[in-house]
Design a binder for this molecule. Structure first.
Ligand code: SF4
Length: 944
């Protein structure tokens, strides 16, 4: 734990709790030395004072990627988990959670939960299921995968993940199998921002030091709903309480914008122009950090390549950069973006004044909504680069400085194959797999899947163009075998062959780390009931023995499956699943984590020893560990003597490279010193990207502005055209997994269409009226919410709601879903229609009979075609739509789409790409990161 956090924790745990037994004063957290035997009065017995005794076991929340700490209160009498609250020892969340953390208890006790593995018995999607055994599941998939490996059909195995919840566990499994089968949801989520950040710094995320900033600029609504929601939100508030000002750029008045000092509401898709106009003010007024730019921009490379005839001087570069951005005047931005020029200048001055204490962040929002959205992140980081607020206290650092990924006991070699169904050559710079194109690529005959795992992922509901997903999931000639590994029913699981129940946040193991502040930490997720029972002397072989029903944890599933794929070891798989402590025998999950904590987390064994515990027991008792604190200015750090051994300075006199092999520089000479720099080819911040130029996008070699596919100038008011912003989140819901959390649905259960009063008047819509929203492939019908919280000309609808199920008694949770009919109207046309809204139902939980909400929202994503950005691969979510009052027999929640039209739009966007090969016949730049990176040889396109 960092010293600051430690101090906060001690203050909160030790100063307020005084007496043994029941606390006589209010306490923030039970002190750790009393976690084994914690006593509280039973709230439900009030006014009687009835004591209840608990064992408190830490774990990690699994309801978003922030990995906040939780403490499970296990009733010593019943063995049941009573509640989950914050873990004060967690360096990221510091005992605090958002509403979704404590709601884990709803998920555990959900009466609709799947407790046993299910196998379909009728045609796919018909919804006929029977209970099966885990043995049958494991043997079926082991046989299928083994045949694919033996027959060298290694690209037919695909694991498709929604919420990872771990750092690299599955990478090891897939590489042990030798397949290029990792598929993620990232290109419908954050690839746009990632590409923008990666081009600058070689790391795909920012790690803002909000608590120490004096000015914070957020695109979208990070404070209440953004990435790493709670850990970031609490630090933004800390910064604000210490005097920081906040600016929010968002066409929608988010909760964050409402609490900010500045709300700038530009036309969606013009954000990069707005940011570049701020940059132009900073440049024009010489308010930039000259020293930082001289040392850390790759300005020499820019001058050499883009200004070959000009003198190669820093002053020459400053003149060039001023000239380059001079057209982005505040007046230009006012016209293009629809934001007051004076306000732009004011914000620019605030940023310049904050200097090195300027923190910023864009994650989804504009970067994921627009064609060229990746330039939004690049333009935003330009402001940090100009002010020298990168790597500083109160600034922004590359995320990799603040994340610690532990290595496991065996790391298989990278796979030798490249899967073009996931990484088609049209998208060489895509940050992640082109996962949302899978139905179209399969329809085009570009692949075939023997075994497909969707894992905590619901593409039918979450992705755009869900009906195309249904079509492909039903097609057994394209997907032979599909297992949905999921803690909860979903629209996608309905179309699987097997539905495999997996554990919630308190029922599974994982290690996670996130860049929440200028430090590194790890958090341990663990099955709390198993941990307690083992602590009490029980022997438990598998986590499912302590979980409800036969709910497995995935770590053990993959070990068992891998063992059955290669029982004799002849395929080279088995050895990666043999115990590091008992040669030749199957590794247990306790051994897996024991080895990591004993061997690959610096400082943990020593810390554990001081506490008289083994490293594994230390993590079981604390749930988290601070690896490093106060991490700043890593780019300025000198390479150590050891690192400099067997290196050379290359012919340019600047790059430090390994000798004799390995052409990638490991450091850079700056003012005569061997420094670490950034993880880019130039080891500098790449204002100029040679990669973009080399890979056929020279016009985007610099931070710039790309006209969005939904530019406001293309709207036709006579046609009632609007820009639909469908990307915003609701802070109390989880994309697709909160249907099993009754408290969360009680708070948020509908997603109306935000319409400005001026637009409502011209459309003839009143608050609560039904509106038809038409896209390129169909339409959906939503209820209008007339509000000044949205810019005129723009409508918005949250993507968190609109869950549905096809049968009354089974399918997506009844807390959250409407009963629907799904009709195929012929020729690719589909209609989804609600036949019954959400209503009370009888169950073992009396609350299910108290449901008061009826409309569960509209599944708008179904009506969106795919829009893959030709550079980043990001699905560009924003839509140009036609809005009108509902007509004909339109009903609330209707969605009508045409999947043939959707396929045509996929082809149209595909034609915008500039495919590989790039330089040296490569599929992708070698320096770009890639999940589950294959061997370098697989990067070369073999035209044979
Ligand atoms: S921010 Fe909320 S949902 Fe996310 S990990 Fe933390 S408590 Fe859980």
């Amino acid at each position: 734990m960092d010293e600051k956090t430690s101090a906060v924790t001690e203050e909160k745990t030790e100063s307020r709790v005084v007496s043994p037994g029941v606390s006589s004063r209010l306490a923030s957290y039970p002190p750790p030395d009393r976690w084994d035997d914690w006593v509280e009065y039973d709230a439900k017995s009030w006014p009687k004072k009835v004591e209840r005794k608990y064992s408190l076991i830490p774990t990690t929340c699994f309801n978003c990627e922030a990995a906040c700490g939780l403490l499970a209160y296990i009733d010593q009498e019943t063995g049941e988990i009573q509640k989950l609250e914050g873990n004060p020892l967690h360096p990221g969340s510091r005992g605090r959670n958002c509403a979704k953390g404590p709601a884990t208890i709803n998920q555990i006790h959900d009466p609709e939960r799947i407790l046993f593995p299910l196998k379909r018995v009728g045609p796919r999607g018909e919804g006929q299921w029977e209970r099966t055994t885990w043995d049958e599941v494991l043997n079926t998939f082991a046989e299928k995968i083994r045949s694919a490996l033996v027959e060298n059909r290694r690209n037919e195995i695909v694991y498709h993940v929604g919420r990872p919840g771990h750092d690299g566990y599955i990478d090891r499994v897939l590489q042990a199998w030798g397949v290029d089968g990792h598929n993620s949801h990232t290109n419908i989520c954050s690839s746009g921002a990632r590409v923008g950040y990666a081009l600058w710094q070689g790391a795909d995320r920012p790690s803002p030091d909000y608590a120490n900033a004096t000015f914070i600029l957020l695109l979208s609504s990070h404070l209440e709903t953004g990435h790493y929601f709670n850990p970031h939100a609490q630090r933004i508030i800390e910064g604000k309480m210490a005097g920081a000002k906040i600016a929010v750029i968002d066409p929608r008045l988010s909760n964050t914008a409402s609490a900010a000092n500045y709300w700038l509401s530009p036309w969606p898709g013009t954000e990069a122009a707005l940011l570049l106009s701020i940059a132009s003010v900073i440049l024009r007024e010489n308010a930039f950090n000259r020293q930082f730019i001289r040392r850390w921009f790759n300005w020499e490379e820019f001058m050499r390549t883009e200004r070959p005839t000009a003198p190669r001087s820093f002053e020459g570069f400053i003149e060039a950069i001023k000239d380059l951005y001079s057209e982005y005047t505040p007046e230009y931005a006012a016209d293009e973006c629809g934001v007051d020029a004076d306000k732009i200048v004011e914000v620019a001055h605030e940023i310049a004044h904050a200097g090195s204490r300027f923190a910023s962040h864009v994650w989804r929002s504009a970067a994921s909504g627009n064609l060229g959205g990746w330039q939004v992140a690049r333009a935003l980081y330009f402001l940090n680069a100009l002010t020298g607020s990168i790597g500083t206290e109160g600034g922004v650092s590359p995320n990799v400085w603040n994340k610690f990924v532990a290595t496991p006991f065996s790391k298989p070699a990278p796979q030798k194959v490249w899967n073009e169904t996931l990484w088609p050559r049209e998208y060489p710079l895509a940050h992640h797999e082109m996962s949302f194109l899978l139905p179209h690529l399969l329809k085009d005959g570009r692949g075939h899947l023997a075994a497909y795992f969707t894992r905590v992922y619901n593409p039918v509901w979450t992705n755009p163009d869900g009906m195309s997903w249904i079509e492909i999931l039903r097609d057994e000639s394209k997907i032979e075998l599909h297992a949905a590994l999921t803690p909860v029913w979903s629209e996608t699981a309905w179309f699987a062959d097997y539905v495999l129940p997996m554990g919630m946040g308190a029922e599974r193991h994982d290690i996670m780390s996130q860049e929440t502040h200028a430090a590194q930490w790890i958090s341990f997720r663990q099955p709390v009931q198993r941990v307690l029972r083992e602590r009490n002397g029980e022997e438990i072989n598998f986590t499912y023995e302590a979980n409800p029903g036969e709910v497995w944890e995935e770590d053990e599933f993959w070990i068992e499956l891998s063992w059955r794929i290669d029982p004799t070891g002849e395929l080279g798989v088995r050895r990666h699943f043999e115990s590091p402590y008992r040669p030749g025998e199957k590794v247990t999950i306790n051994e897996y984590y024991r080895w990591i904590f004993e061997n690959s987390v610096p400082g943990l064994p020593e810390k554990a020893r001081k506490s008289g515990l083994s490293p594994l027991d230390f993590m079981r008792r604390n749930g988290a560990f601070a690896v490093k604190t106060n991490i700043y200015e890593q780019h300025e750090s000198r390479l150590g003597e050891l690192e400099l051994q067997e290196t050379r300075i290359d012919d340019s006199g600047r790059f430090i490279k390994r000798t004799p092999a390995g052409e990638r520089a490991i450091g850079i000479m700056v003012d005569g010193e061997p420094l670490r720099g950034f993880n880019t080819p130039s080891r500098k911040l790449e204002f100029y990207s040679a990669t973009m130029a080399d890979w056929k996008w020279p016009e985007h070699a610099l931070p710039g502005y790309v006209r969005s596919h939904v530019n406001w100038r293309d709207l036709n008011p006579a046609n009632n055209d609007y820009i639909l912003v469908p990307t915003f989140r609701i802070p109390t819901l989880i994309h697709t997994r909160s249907g099993n959390a009754k408290w969360l649905y009680e708070i948020s259960h509908t997603n109306p269409l935000w319409v400005n009063p001026k637009d409502a008047a011209s459309l003839g819509l009143k608050n609560g009226d039904l509106a038809r929203v038409s896209t390129e492939i169909g339409y959906f019908v939503a209820r209008a919410w007339v509000t000044e919280g949205i810019r005129p000309g723009v409508v918005a609808c949250s993507h968190h709601l609109g869950r549905w199920r096809l049968k009354q008694e089974q399918g997506t949770d009844r807390w959250a879903s409407a009963l629907v009919e799904l009709d195929e109207l012929g020729d690719g046309r589909w209609r989804l229609r609600q036949t019954e809204g959400i209503k009370p139902f009888k169950s073992e939980d009396p609350d299910s009979d108290r449901i008061f909400w009826q409309e569960g929202g509209v599944h708008q994503n179904l009506a969106f075609p795919v829009h893959p950005d030709p550079v980043s691969g990001m699905h560009c979510w924003h839509q140009r739509v036609r809005v009108e009052p509902a007509k004909g027999d339109d009903r609330y929640g209707d969605v009508v789409v045409d999947t043939n039209a959707s396929h045509e739009i996929y082809r149209k966007w595909l034609s915008m790409t500039r495919p590989a090969p790039g330089p040296n016949g490569l599929r992708r730049p070698l320096w770009f990161s890639r999940p589950v990176r294959p061997d370098n040889d697989a990067y070369v396109i073999d035209e044979e």
